[in-house]
Design a protein around this ligand. Structure first.
Ligand code: FE2
Ligand code: FE2
Length: 235
C-alpha cells in the first residue's frame, strides 16, 4: 500500500482513496486541488503537514500506524481533529443513514417486522454513539485540555476508564449489519437497502479508524502526561 509524503500531489491522494475526501475536508481542504502538492496545500491552509500525513496514511493503510510520530503531536491538535469528526458524524453521517433507512422502510409493503427490528437496532446504536460522542466532547476532551495546560492531576480522574469504551458502540453497529445481512425478509427495494447498507459499512470503517486514533494515540499521550505528573508528585 502506498504511503503518501509531502511531495505527492493532493489530487493523487483522492484518486487513490476517495474515502479520504471527508477526512481531507475536516482539515478545511476542499476540491479544486490543481497540481498542488500536500506540502503546498497544507502551507496555504495553515495545517501541520506531518500531522495531516499521519492521519491520511492511517486511514489509507490498515497496517500503517505511526504511533511514535503521532505521539509527538500536541493532543490539542488531535482533539481539534476528533471534534470536527464528531460534528461530521452528528450533522452529516447519522442524518444521512436515517434518511436512507426511512427510504427503505417506505418501500416495504408487507411482512416488515424484520425491517422494523433493524430500525430499532439502529436507534439503540445511535443513542449509544450519541452518549459516547457527547461524553468525549463534554468530559474527556476538556479533561485532557485542562491537564495539558495546567499540568495538574485531579483527584479521582484519569484517562484509564475511557480506554475500552469503543467496543460496545462497534458491537452494536456490527449487530445491526449482521441482522440486515443474515435475517432480513426480502420485502423491500433492494437498491434502497443496498445504499443504506453500503453507507453503514463505510461509517463502520470511519468509526473504527477514529477509535483507533483515540485509543492508540490520544489515550497513550494522556497516560504519558499523567505518569510524568505522578512521578513528579512522588519526588
Ligand atoms: Fe471520538
Ligand atoms: Fe471515541
Amino acid at each position: 500500500m502506498k504511503i503518501f509524503d509531502k511531495e505527492n500531489k493532493i489530487s493523487s491522494l483522492v484518486s487513490t482513496n476517495s474515502n479520504l475526501l471527508p477526512v481531507i475536508n475536516r482539515f478545511g481542504i476542499q476540491l479544486g486541488f490543481k497540481e498542488k502538492t500536500i506540502a503546498e496545500i497544507c502551507a496555504e491552509k495553515n495545517v501541520n503537514p506531518d500531522f495531516f500525513l499521519a492521519i491520511v496514511n492511517t486511514y489509507t493503510n490498515e497496517n500503517y500506524f505511526p504511533e511514535e510520530e503521532l505521539l509527538e503531536f500536541s493532543p490539542l491538535l488531535l482533539i481539534d481533529y476528533l471534534k470536527t469528526t464528531h460534528k461530521y458524524y452528528n450533522e452529516y453521517v447519522l442524518p444521512k443513514i436515517e434518511r436512507l433507512l426511512d427510504a427503505v422502510m417506505k418501500t416495504c409493503r408487507e411482512n416488515c417486522s424484520s425491517l422494523k427490528m433493524i430500525s430499532t437496532f439502529y436507534q439503540k446504536f445511535k443513542v449509544e454513539l450519541h452518549i459516547h460522542l457527547t461524553q468525549e466532547d463534554e468530559k474527556v476532551f476538556p479533561y485532557i485540555i485542562d491537564l495539558y495546560h495546567n499540568r495538574r492531576l485531579t483527584e479521582g480522574k484519569t484517562i484509564g476508564a475511557y480506554e475500552d469504551e469503543h467496543t460496545s458502540v462497534e458491537e452494536k453497529l456490527s449487530d445491526l449489519k449482521n441482522l440486515a445481512i443474515k435475517y432480513l425478509e426480502p420485502t423491500y427495494d433492494s437498491n434502497a437497502m443496498n445504499e443504506f447498507l453500503q453507507t453503514l459499512f463505510q461509517f463502520e470503517k470511519d468509526l473504527y479508524d477514529h477509535a483507533r486514533i483515540e485509543d492508540l494515540i490520544l489515550v497513550k499521550q494522556v497516560m504519558r502526561i499523567e505518569e510524568s505528573l505522578k512521578t513528579n508528585a512522588a519526588r
